[in-house]
Write a new protein. Structure first.
Length: 99
């Protein structure tokens, strides 16, 4: 699935009896796991098109992008940061303690 479909499906199937702020939190939370990859992709495209245009592979589906996505530990960590249970539980605990 893609980020916009996460948000759209969550918005459609969110119970309407919930307060507006809880509905918004559900929609934002459904899209949050894809933010890291989105930022990495934008950074990659800016790097290849503006900062280092002499390098090949300016598209998102290039071999260089795929190598970063599948093999670079920083990319893997950033992309999976909101998909992993430990960071989510830590954020939940911080939110509970900060209320």
């Amino acid at each position: 699935m893609q980020t916009y479909s996460h948000g759209l499906l969550t918005a459609v199937f969110t119970p309407k009896h919930l307060p507006r702020d809880q509905q918004t939190a559900l929609v934002v939370g459904s899209m949050a796991p894809d933010v890291g990859l989105g930022l990495l992709t934008v950074g990659y495209l800016l790097d290849r098109r503006l900062l280092r245009p002499h390098l090949p592979d300016k598209t998102r589906c290039s071999p260089t992008y795929n190598d970063l996505y599948f093999n670079n530990p920083w990319w893997i960590a950033i992309h999976n940061s909101l998909h992993a249970p430990l960071p989510l539980l830590t954020l939940l605990l911080l939110g509970f303690l900060g209320r």
